[in-house]
Design a protein around this ligand. Sequence first.
Ligand code: FAD
Length: 409
Amino acid sequence: MSDIGKVVIIGAGQGGAEAATQLRSRGFAGEIALIGEERLPPYQRPPLSKKFLLGELPEDRLPFRPAEVYDEERITLILGHRCTWIDRANKRIRMEGGRELPYDALILALGARPRLLPVPGADLPGVFVLRTATDVDAIRPHFEAGKKLVVVGAGYIGLEVAAVGRQRGLDVTVLEAMARPLARVTSPEVAGFFLDYHTRKGVKFVLGGKAAVIKGDGAVRAVGLTDGSEIEADIVIVGIGVDPDIGLAEKAGLSVGDGIVTDRACRTSDSNIFAIGDCASRPLAHYGRNGRLESVHSAIEGGKIAAATITGTKVPDEEAPWFWSDQYDLKLTIAGLFIGYDHIVMRGSMAEASFACFYYQGERLLAVDAVNRPAEYLGAKQVIQRGRTIAPALLSDMSKTMKEIVAAS
Ligand code: FAD
């Protein structure tokens, strides 16, 4: 795209920051504007439900880079501004308050919005979602030992919050509508491990239970369930998933589904507009289908691909998807996508909290969930990346190191 002089990026999060940095490092000499509605310069979200919530990471360590570095790289960072309109015909965007900016290429890195509980009382003081540093600022004062925390939703963020809650001495109950935690994201075996681990740490689980109402008078007092029971609460954190932020794209007439639809180059249905990260649905090279990944990996990769396409530089090979979650002393690392697996192979020991669960579809290795097993994670990631597989018998042989197994695969 040699006629590009101005790139505007809407969304100053993981993907937006990566795209801006990549444009410069790939030799783009034109104007870059990076616009975000939040107050902080682009920052990491993963610590929000981990060390930042725990109080072990100060706020000034959240941003990827100090704001001045953007100045040095001639990236105009416009914070605290929400974009409200894309004028595709005239290639301009508008921000709240009416300020407009022209673009030659536009990158949408809008992220996702946490789902709210669709029940009465969900707006009572003491009920929170967790997506931004501002959300954590509001939650932290309530994280006092002895307080009753109800986490609604047992996904990764919900379980991370539960772990931090226990580490801070709160009385924690996790309410989950499905029959097991992590139902959307992992196998019953791995979910069972996390259920046991949290239970041993003192977390109470109400599984297959649905919130019907949040009760309280001026502040939350309890979560009422559809079966009439209730769980006492001083604070409620809702972690029931996110919806891709597609409103702006939809209004502009771009093709959207579960995310803003793009091709492999992250181009939307308008060839001058790209979409990356949580808000975008793109072809997943290793799995032969489209998908929307909510992960640091996907946002970084999207930023690189969009910047490569705009600058006409080499597009990086797509990585096998990766993700992680930290809970207590457990480091879960995931490579690949487990959806569609028909059997698993385990290596290591769940009892010792050191194992890897390999997901197969027939003979093909799809994914791995590794708990405190970095070698298994890295090895499987490499193999999936290359489009190869690992013979299950090799994995069961604990006399072989993962390095040897990968070399033989
Ligand atoms: P974001 O980083 O969310 O950035 C989007 C930005 O765009 C936001 O700042 C938003 O306010 C802004 N924006 C939206 N609309 C507008 C507009 N109209 N105008 C201006 N600005 C706008 N991933 C992992 O891989 N591992 C983890 O352990 C992990 N933990 C997580 C823990 C938490 C608590 C959360 C919330 C997420 C976690 N994730 C994790 C997911 C990961 O952080 C996201 O996938 C990643 O941040 C997505 O990047 P993004 O650029 O698409 O969106």
